[in-house]
Design a protein around this ligand. Structure first.
Ligand code: ADP
Length: 569
């Protein structure tokens, strides 16, 4: 297998089985064998021994060729005693002391197994409301978020990776202003990403500069009013300062809720790409688009992509079967809807290889073509599975029953950040632009190593302009923008996250969202000099472009974040 030194280091540290003294019990191929065998075993009831071996080989081949990888918990835990394979969970937070602390306990169990949790705190009564049983007053959602945060901090040490949370509050909750500013101080609530749950009514009120009502979730009665534009401006200001809060569009998440009879979607997982019902979990997986390059024809190999999508859907559907869920309620919900989330990584790399600039109309069009193809093929594969193995148990309560489409998975597509997966596969993460064309990495004994984007290295060697000095020069800023010794066509194609203007980030997110059942993880990068007006424009544009949410990050605006892409966690 072709793995970078960095990838091997990450795998050895967190993914490979070890004995109690920390000695490795398997190598990387051994890990993939363990995973392939366990996931194939879900087919025991449907096939004979030879068939099972064939399926195991397919899965093994697909992973070791780095064409497809399942999310981290599947790699870490499949075929091992813990057996918890999902990355994403949403838990309900009820407005009772028992409910709140039950959820904290459940979140701790999920974090221990490498999963991330999302919560909506919108059902909690506002700060200062009466507590009947004690005669005291409630301390409000933000005070409880701090307890969730402290619990996550404590579990961090013992788990497979540090826990990550998403905290959401509806924009019409009476404590919304406190929520928007709750991460103003960078050292607070560090284990949470936060997002404001925005409604279409609110966005209309912003547009017409109107007031909107704050609703007490307990009594369902209006308890006050705020000017929508002013609230929006505070969200913008905070996001500009700190990258948080993000925003999610609740009505859009629920417009695409395929099982509305089972409940309302009120939260997503930590990075925002997976809206879920309370107690639902979802396992993700990503196709490495760079590995779908037909180098001879200099095009994307759609036949190979179609086949890979089919096998990946089979794989992810099997994960649901062999998964050991941390709670009875999660077991029931997750097996009930059988949601899977197949996405992509290596998008920027394949664009570079094809000579298409990320920030171009051609790239946006190709994004739509590729994702539409993936979505169609994923749904087709799920329909085939339904014919063989049956539809998902809550099918009758879904929109598919009304349409007469017999499908095995309530959703099939999601675009994950692929923070660690892309590092293992050695490609650009998710649908993000390349972060740096080359960068300096400190290795042991204070030695410096220059890491060069492999697609760029190939282009530089082919174009006869590769040199160590040049790579060092590029590493100083990461970008090629001002490096004149590089041909202009190459500079146009190899753009980095910071070269790409914010509207192109949003356009790309929207292009993928159009053909994704769930949501898209994407960060819109802004330069340090960007203004609050720029942030407001991004938010408004993302809303108009039918995104399901948006996260921005202004360069240098904070030094701590929940998930550090590319770092060994
Ligand atoms: P990976 O590449 O490791 O499979 P991603 O970066 O694609 O993971 O993240 C997918 C989802 O996995 C996140 O949205 C979150 O739900 C979960 N996740 C990622 N990192 C963590 C973490 N450190 N702790 C808990 N959950 C995480």
């Amino acid at each position: 297998m072709k793995l970078s030194e960095n990838a091997i280091k990450v795998l050895e540290k967190r993914y490979l089985s070890k004995d109690e003294n920390g000695n490795l019990l398997e190598d990387v191929e051994g890990m993939f064998r363990r995973v392939a065998k366990e996931i194939a075993s879900a087919d025991e009831k449907y096939t004979h021994k030879a068939g099972l071996v064939e399926i195991e080989e397919q899965f093994y081949e697909m992973m070791t060729s780095l064409e497809f990888l399942p999310n981290s918990p599947t790699l870490m835990n499949a075929g091992r005693p813990l057996g918890q394979l999902s990355a994403c969970f949403v838990l309900p937070v009820e407005d009772t002391m028992e409910g709140i602390f039950e959820t904290i306990k459940n979140a701790a169990l999920i974090h221990k197994s490498g999963g991330g949790t999302g919560f909506s705190f919108s059902r909690l009564r506002p700060k200062g409301s009466a507590v009947n049983s004690t005669g005291g007053v409630a301390s409000g959602p933000i005070s409880f978020m701090k307890v969730f945060n402290a619990a996550t901090e404590a579990v961090k040490q013992g788990g497979t990776r540090r826990g990550a949370n998403m905290g959401i509050l509806r924009v019409d909750h009476p404590d919304i202003l406190e929520f928007i500013s709750c991460k103003k101080d960078n050292s607070e609530i560090t284990n949470f990403n936060i997002s404001v749950g925005i409604t279409e009514d609110f966005m209309k009120a912003v547009e017409y500069n109107l007031e909107y009502e704050l609703i007490d979730p307990k009594t369902k009665k209006p308890v006050g009013k705020l000017n929508a534009k002013q609230v929006f401006d505070i969200i913008v200001e905070m996001a500009w300062k700190n990258g948080e809060p993000g925003i999610i569009f609740l009505d859009r998440l629920n417009r695409d809720n395929v099982t509305p009879e089972l409940g309302e979607i009120e939260s997503t997982n930590p990075c925002g790409e997976q809206p879920l019902l309370p107690y639902e979990a979802c396992n993700l997986g990503s196709v490495n688009l760079y590995s779908m390059l037909d180098a001879e024809k200099n095009s994307l190999d759609f036949d190979k992509l179609g086949l890979t999508v089919k096998k990946a859907v089979h794989f992810l559907d099997n994960v649901i079967e062999v998964n050991k869920y941390p709670l009875k309620e999660i077991d029931e919900m997750t097996r009930g809807t059988r949601k899977i989330g197949l996405g992509v990584m290596g998008w920027a790399d394949i664009l570079c290889a094809l000579g298409i600039p990320y920030d171009s109309q051609r790239a946006i069009e190709l994004a739509g073509t590729v994702m539409e193809f993936i979505q169609k093929n994923a749904q087709k594969a799920s329909e085939e599975l339904a014919r063989q193995k049956g539809v998902f148990p809550y099918y009758e309560q879904s929109i598919y029953a009304k349409k007469g489409i017999r499908i095995r998975n309530a959703t099939t597509t999601t675009i994950a950040p692929t923070g660690t997966l892309s590092l293992i596969a050695g490609v650009s993460s998710g649908i993000e632009p390349v972060f740096a064309i080359s960068y300096i990495r400190n290795v042991m004994d204070n030695n410096e190593l220059i890491e060069v984007n492999p697609v760029f290295k190939k282009a530089a060697l082919e174009g006869n302009f590769y040199s160590d000095e040049l790579m060092k020069k590029i590493a100083e800023s990461g970008t090629l923008k001002h490096i004149e010794e590089i041909p202009e066509e190459v500079r146009k194609v190899f753009v980095t996250a910071h070269d790409v203007r914010p509207e192109w980030h949003v356009k790309m997110q929207a292009a993928f969202q159009k053909y994704t059942d769930n949501a898209v993880s994407k960060t819109v990068n802004l330069s340090h000099e960007a203004t609050t007006d720029d942030v407001r424009e991004v938010f408004t544009f993302a809303y108009r472009a039918q995104c399901k949410g948006v996260t921005i990050y202004r360069d240098g605006s904070r030094d701590m974040q929940v998930l550090n892409i590319g770092k060994v966690q």
